[in-house]
Ligand binder design. Structure first.
Ligand code: AMP
Length: 112
């Protein structure tokens, strides 16, 4: 499968890793939009949150459990924002489920 994030997870494309466990990989976004901007992705390929079903929702559970660990490791004790874009209208550019973790400063109140 020709998936950028699958290649990053497999180490075929370099990334600035900040966290990894058996199910989840997290790395710095190449074009940061906040002082801290990390992408948290499941190792198992799923194209977006729109593909989640009762049969595969464990994938998301593992990512959700990793988020506070990554935030703590990055010193985001004052808060942060988590975003996942979906499809064309959501401006999703990489079709492998990922959660943007943004923080390190007071973020804009508006999200769109
Ligand atoms: P989205 O637009 O929600 O699909 O987010 C995709 C994100 O992946 C964007 O914020 C990009 O800056 C980021 N990105 C694209 N290629 C890379 C890469 N090779 N390493 C790290 N982040 C990347």
């Amino acid at each position: 499968m020709d998936c950028l994030f699958c290649k990053i997870i497999a180490g075929k494309i370099p990334s600035a890793k900040v966290y990894e466990n058996d199910y989840v990989y997290a790395f710095r976004d190449i074009q940061p939009q906040a002082p801290v901007h990390v992408l948290i992705v499941p190792k198992e390929h799923i194209s977006s949150i729109d593909e989640v079903t009762p049969a595969n929702s464990d994938i998301v559970r593992h990512v959700a459990e990793a988020i506070p660990e990554v935030a703590k490791a990055l010193g985001l004790e004052n808060g942060y924002r988590v975003i996942t874009n979906v499809g064309e209208d959501g401006c999703q550019s990489v079709r492998h489920l990922h959660f943007h973790l943004l923080g390190g400063a007071k973020l804009p109140e508006r999200m769109a």
